[in-house]
Write a protein that binds this ligand. Structure first.
Ligand SMILES: Cc1cc2nc3c(=O)[nH]c(=O)nc-3n(C[C@H](O)[C@H](O)[C@H](O)COP(=O)(O)OP(=O)(O)OC[C@H]3O[C@@H](n4cnc5c(N)ncnc54)[C@H](O)[C@@H]3O)c2cc1C
Length: 456
């Protein structure tokens, strides 16, 4: 024991690292954590939390329009980006402070420095030029935005990191990418008033999601006025007197003020010194781990986005907690990565849990589909032309609900709750036996009687 400064050294104070550090300390371990940017990590500083605050801001535009039919007078409303960003920054400072205080209260030593491995037990703190020896090391360095460095003009683009700090709302923007971050930012910028294009390489946005979600959301986004272009990417970007000009692979050009790349994220492992410790990574740079988040080196573990399993905050937290229980709590715990509900905070919102229809059909399984498209009650008065979509994917033999997919207001909230029943193995008969909450949109989930026969 005396040969080591700490029982555990955590590299990265994000969602996974902070949870792991606090739980390990609560089990009696002597713990240190290093953070090179800001305590709280991606989720708190430049991910989920600031994004959701921008999403809230972006909802007000339509709410003011819809309010008129409900008797409100809304003349003269206006939006100020600088106020939003300043208030968002204040909240992020507050949250980061809470993370620091929680770590300190747990007895964890915090080093505000980049940390790199020098051998399997030695961590080097760059800011202090100091070596620390730890019995166990946890790699929790997360991920970072990927950009194609070979693209001419790539130096002109921003990523989600910079999008949170723009000095003004762009008048015209292209968001490149088709994943949930790209889709969310396109909806945010559009709803706040920017002329917005979403440019995606594939044939439909949100690859990996149920096809009905993908098609329904894309058509709702187009209906709202977002120019969703699929099947093309930028071949070059150049600066003009007026902003930026992007040339597409199809030959067209787009002139805008900003171009944001949200074309994927990569595990944050470059320069980390993993090779000095002998830790194996995959072709993408993700740290390879087993079900207990252990790397190929017995006392080195990795959790969260750096392992590229399911890259979501609650998953990183769960993996960090399970690691601490396994190594310091005498309670070996493997994280179950199945049936994880998630949301896309687009407009309208997406909530999803379980298998897509395509996944459920794999291997020839017989499937029943229940689907409903309807206008949310709120829009009967507002007149807004927006439809909610709900879908259940059911195993025809066992009657188990294998997947639930929703596009519509509060879909993320619904997915969280439906997720419990799906995790418990609920059948369609269980859904049918559940009395509706009326009048809600969610009641549709327990009142769908007819199997879907095709078309949408
Ligand atoms: C724009 C955006 C929106 C998102 N929205 C959602 C959402 O709505 N819901 C959701 O569940 N997830 C969301 N995510 C994903 C979520 O943020 C991540 O899954 C989560 O933060 C992963 O946690 P982590 O602990 O693995 O890594 P991180 O939270 O990224 O933390 C890693 C930390 O390590 C630090 N670090 C890296 N290298 C070193 C080093 N060598 N030395 C010291 N420190 C280092 C980094 O600075 C960082 O603070 C979003 C992500 C982005 C980018």
């Amino acid at each position: 024991m005396t040969a080591f400064d700490y029982d555990l050294f955590v590299i990265g104070a994000g969602s996974g690292g902070v949870r792991a550090a606090r739980i390990a300390a609560s089990h009696g371990a002597k713990v240190a954590i290093a953070e090179e940017y800001r305590v709280g990590g991606t989720c708190v500083i430049r991910g989920c939390v600031p994004k959701k605050l921008l999403v809230y801001a972006s909802h007000f535009g339509e709410a003011f329009e819809d309010a008129v039919a409900y008797g409100w007078t809304t003349h003269g409303v206006s939006f100020d980006w600088a106020t939003l960003i300043a208030n968002k920054d204040k909240e992020i400072d507050r949250l980061s402070g809470i993370y620091v205080r929680n770590l300190e209260a747990s007895g964890v030593d915090i080093f505000y420095s980049r940390a790199e491995l020098r051998d399997a037990h030695a961590v080097h703190l760059i800011a202090e030029d100091r070596h620390i020896r730890a019995r166990h090391v946890l790699i929790a360095t997360g991920g970072r935005p990927y950009v194609d460095e070979a693209l001419p003009g790539i130096e002109h683009v921003i990523t989600s990191n910079e999008a949170f700090h723009l000095d003004r709302l762009p008048r015209r923007i292209v968001v490149a990418g088709g994943g949930y971050i790209a889709v969310e930012f396109a909806c945010i910028f559009h709803a706040l008033g920017a002329e917005t294009t979403l440019l995606y390489r594939g044939e439909q946005i949100l690859r990996g999601f149920d096809d009905d979600i993908r098609n329904h959301l894309a058509s709702e986004m187009r209906r709202k006025g977002i120019d969703v272009i699929c099947g093309q990417v930028f071949s070059a970007i150049e600066e003009t007197a007026d902003g930026l000009k992007g040339t597409l692979t199809g030959g067209d050009t787009i002139e805008v003020d900003r171009i944001m790349f949200a074309v994927g994220r990569r595990p944050h492992t470059s320069g980390l010194g993993l090779e000095h410790a002998g830790v194996e990574v995959d072709g993408n740079g993700a740290v390879k781990v087993d079900a207990w988040s252990k790397t190929n080196i017995d006392h080195i573990y990795a959790v969260g986005d750096v392992t590229d399993r399911v890259n979501l905050t609650p998953v990183a937290i769960r993996e960090g907690h399970a690691f601490a229980d396994t190594v310091f709590g005498e309670r070996p715990t493997a994280v179950d990565h199945k049936m994880i509900a998630s949301a896309v905070f687009a407009q309208p919102e997406v909530g999803t849990v379980g298998l897509t229809e395509a996944e459920a059909r794999e291997g020839g399984r017989r499937i029943d589909i229940y689907k409903s498209f309807f206008r949310p009650m709120k829009h009967t008065l507002s007149g807004r032309d927006e439809k909610t979509m709900m879908k259940l994917v059911v195993d025809a033999e066992t009657d188990k609900v294998l997947g639930c997919h929703i596009v519509g207001p509060d879909a993320g909230e619904m997915a969280q709750l439906v997720g419990i029943s799906l995790k418990m193995g609920a059948t369609k008969a269980d859904f049918d036996a559940t009395v509706a909450v009326h009048p809600t949109a969610a009641e549709e989930l327990v009142t769908m009687r007819q199997k879907w026969k095709g078309g949408s």
